[in-house]
Design a protein around this ligand. Sequence first.
Ligand SMILES: Nc1ncnc2c1ncn2[C@@H]1O[C@H](COP(=O)(O)OP(=O)(O)OP(=O)(O)O)[C@@H](O)[C@H]1O
Ligand code: SF4
Ligand SMILES: [Mg+2]
Length: 363
Amino acid sequence: MTETRADEPLLRVRGLAKHFPVRTGFRSRGLVRAVDGLDFDVRPGESLGLVGESGCGKTTTGRMLVRLLEPTAGTIEFAGRDITHAGRRALRPLRQDLQIIFQDPYASLNPRHTVGRIVAMPLQVNGIDPPGGVKQRVQELLELVGLNPEHYNRYPHEFSGGQRQRVGIARALALRPKLIVADEPVSALDVSIQAQVVNLLRDLQRDLGLAFVFIAHDLAVVRHFCHRVAVMYLGRIVELGDRADIYERPQHPYTRALLSAIPDVTTLGPGGRIRLTGDVPTPLDPPSGCRFRTRCWKARDVCATEEPALVPRDGGRQATACHFPESGPVTAPAPAQRAVAADGDETVDPAATAGPDAQEVAR
Ligand SMILES: Nc1ncnc2c1ncn2[C@@H]1O[C@H](COP(=O)(O)OP(=O)(O)OP(=O)(O)O)[C@@H](O)[C@H]1O
Ligand code: SF4
Ligand SMILES: [Mg+2]
């Protein structure tokens, strides 16, 4: 087990990148810049949410953190130790402290093993013989996650989706980790079950002092669960801050657009929905300068030539990568800058809003 002081980050990530080579036959077609230079910390007992559209690099980030993927560049420090390229032997003691919960509770449990064997596996692989024996410890873990300890000998197919995810959580808890990377832990579950599992994770976090990197599409779930939030776009973090600041005073246009789609979970002003036009550009060939510029209604010339750094603002609580960050509470773009889509949703048209006055758009 590793020791960390409460004021030191448990996880420290700097310049983290993953580029996947793409080939057609023997010919290289370039690099998918799935993750392209992330900086963030996670403190002991803290939950950091990673949000952003599909393909922005959340899973790739999570898999690098638990060393299921080799980073292309950057560093990952866990409890003060550089684990960026740690080999299997060096990782063994850390495996206890650093666990992952997968999205799909169906695919992540071996159907041929009993639940008892699945949850016991991390203990056995790490040669741990807990007081009272493995079976007793596994039954305690099943109880901790709200499952009947007598179901020890059942197989995964005998459980519902929510129960299976609880088995995955019990397995992740077996070694008493300090940090869990949870990659969309509830998105494969029925809506009615999602809240139960999120509440379970929140209770476990509070009671066991666990830190989380919590990856999710669902901004309402992230608001419920996370202390801080990192918003990703095309392999980069565009905004990072405390939950209240991100949800109530987002400064990056992309964060505002994401939040405008879920007015119920923000205290944003009475603006209409900002519906982004255009597809997310490909990470094979990201736009120059600010990667969000092809969809941003505030883009100006400098946005195409200079990539905005993630700059701390408001005394360091919130960091935003934008040349023209918003300030103050949110209002929607002015009517002149909106187009109305066929389905009645209001659509921000970048072409209509770019130019010298664009900075005024969302004020
Ligand atoms: N092994 C790989 N080879 C090539 N490209 C990859 C590989 N794995 C991921 N990618 C690409 O990297 C980008 C980021 O993928 P990732 O799975 O991290 O996104 P994500 O944010 O988790 O998306 P989702 O919300 O859909 O789960 C995507 O463009 C994806 O196609
Ligand atoms: S204003 Fe410029 S820098 Fe800011 S998000 Fe839009 S395009 Fe990017
Ligand atoms: Mg993913």
